[in-house]
Ligand binder design. Structure first.
Ligand code: PMP
Length: 422
């Protein structure tokens, strides 16, 4: 196999005819496959279904601390749930909020409160300011960027490398521009590149000297235990921030959406005592308390951090072969042609692939026309705008492996076709 750049005009023409034929054969199959979002597959959910038996009418519904989970009471999480998830988030139990069913909702609330009321009593609400800016390491999580767009927060794209965001630019902008109020981070098995921030990057985050006193790091640790290989280690941001006198800077989030049930798990938040005092005050207006039935169900079933890690081994057994199947096909069919570069994630839910510039949108369109839905090209960039139109997020978790194989076969054909005709 020759690289495309080494093919003569005649060879390129032959390749084009071959790929077009293969593409049309695929179209005739009338596929209908969805690889657009990072959802767990049914087998993963089956792993956790016994959790539903952890709360039932023949088991005690009053906790060790005497809390009747059927009734009102407890604003920020059952004590046993806070103890369990403090282990996961590597903070003290008092620093944890165990919320409702979604971390995205907690993240949205945090931005919304900052807009309406500010993050400290000393600074004005963000919506009283002319401009509010967030740094957006990209490719990143589209729903983070949508929150910014929704609130009219200006987004600044920051490039990512294998150790995390480009910290020289982050430091420069955070320390010089008081309109920069936040940054989005997915520090472990990042969505979608799968990289984990290096110790040096975490230390540089903790040591930031923001021009804005109310600057916050939105540390969305959504994939903290989601290994596909040997576990990566992530330095503890809160500990590092405490060492730097910056403990009010991080807002830490995670959830069990990809540990237990997606959309019916638990959203988690951790922050400093100062921040939490303010956040609890505001949550006490918004809710009398979150769903303690779900808190108890999770705590009884997962038990402790070892219980979570054991469960995640089961997820890994299901997911690692799917990631391998995708990577094997990319290695076989695209890498030798020199037309795509992609990540080999050690964990998380995605593979991030770069086509030649200008080919991503066309590749996704071609897939769609032949029955395979991918995440829209550009979605992982602020305003959905990938300046080089090259990034595509692949989500291998949901389809059964035979469907994944078909989808990837088509995908490789589409990358070839988009590259040849570009
Ligand atoms: N953050 C990241 C980085 C995600 O990939 C996702 C999607 N699982 C979420 C947050 C949303 O999670 P939740 O279901 O807890 O709202």
């Amino acid at each position: 196999m020759k690289k495309y750049t080494e093919l003569s005009a005649g060879e390129l023409q032959i390749e084009k005819e071959l790929v077009l034929r293969q593409y049309n054969e695929f179209k005739a199959k009338n596929l209908s496959l969805d690889m657009s979002r990072g959802k767990p597959c049914a087998e993963q959910l089956d792993l956790v279904s016994p959790m539903l038996d952890a709360v039932s009418s023949d088991l005690p519904l009053i906790t060790q601390d005497g809390i009747d989970i059927r009734n009102y009471g407890v604003l920020d999480g059952l004590p046993e749930a806070k103890r369990l998830f403090a282990e996961l988030l590597e903070v003290r139990p008092e620093q944890v909020i165990v919320g409702g069913n979604s971390s995205l909702a907690l993240i949205y609330d945090a931005v919304s409160r900052a807009m309406q009321f500010g993050t400290t009593d000393r600074q004005p609400p963000w919506n009283k300011l002319d401009r509010v800016k967030f740094l957006c390491p990209s490719p990143g999580y589209d729903r983070h960027f949508t929150i910014c767009e929704f609130f009219g927060i200006e987004m600044i794209t920051i490039s990512m490398n294998e150790n995390g965001p480009d910290m020289d630019t982050v430091e420069r902008l955070v320390s010089s521009d008081p309109a920069v109020k936040g940054i989005w981070c997915i520090p472990k098995y990042s969505n979608p590149t799968g990289i984990t921030y290096s110790d040096d990057v975490v230390r540089r985050f903790a040591a930031l000297r923001p021009a804005a006193e109310d600057f916050r790091i939105f540390w969305d640790n959504a994939y903290c235990v989601h290994d596909l290989d040997r576990p990566a280690t992530l330095l503890n941001l809160m500990d590092e921030c405490i060492k730097q006198g910056n403990e009010d800077m991080p807002f830490i989030f995670a959830s069990t959406s990809k540990i237990t049930f997606s959309g019916a798990g638990l959203g988690l938040m951790a922050a400093s005592d100062n921040n939490l005092e303010r956040i609890r005050r505001q949550y006490s207006v918004q809710t009398i308390g979150f769903n303690k039935l779900n808190h108890l169900m999770h705590t009884r079933y997962l038990k402790n951090l070892d219980g979570i890690k054991q469960l995640m081994q089961g997820h890994k057994k299901i997911l690692a072969p799917k990631f391998r199947a995708v990577l094997d096909r990319l290695d076989r069919e695209l890498a030798p042609l020199g037309i795509a570069e992609y990540t080999r994630p050690g964990g998380g839910y995605f593979i991030s692939l770069n086509t030649h510039p200008g080919c991503a949108k066309r590749t996704v369109e071609l897939c769609k026309e032949a029955g395979v839905t991918l995440t829209p090209a550009g979605a992982a960039f602020p305003y959905g705008n990938d300046p080089s139109d090259s990034n595509i997020r692949l989500a291998p978790t949901y389809p059964p492996i035979n469907e994944l194989e078909s989808a990837m076969e088509l995908f490789c054909i589409c990358v070839r076709l988009a590259t040849i005709v570009s």
